[in-house]
Design a binder for this molecule. Structure first.
Ligand SMILES: [Zn+2]
Length: 97
């Protein structure tokens, strides 16, 4: 397979303000983790499984949520796979390092 364009998100940075200690922070890809939410099969209102993205405040350890729209699709995919432990040997590959 010839890769024509590999999306490199190693330079991704996201500024976020902690809601608890109000510190201003900058997350990089290694700071972010995906949280898997099981599908809800409630017949009154079922919903498919989904992921949310989080990082931890370096000052007060508060868990911060990063909007899905702020996370590149390729990075979402990587984090989702990591969350599901399907690729444990792939976990140290952040592209640039
Ligand atoms: Zn904080």
């Amino acid at each position: 397979m010839k890769v024509l364009k590999k999306v490199d998100y190693s330079d991704w940075r996201h500024r976020i303000k902690c809601g608890r200690c109000t510190s201003e922070l900058e997350a990089d890809p290694a700071d972010v983790r995906a949280q898997h939410h099981e599908a809800d099969n409630d017949p009154r209102g079922s919903s498919p499984a989904y992921f949310t993205f989080h990082c931890t405040c370096a000052v007060c350890s508060n868990e911060l949520t990063i909007a899905k729209d702020d996370v590149p699709a390729a990075m979402q995919h990587f984090l989702q796979e990591k969350a599901l432990n399907r690729r444990s040997s792939y976990s140290s590959d952040w592209g640039g390092k």
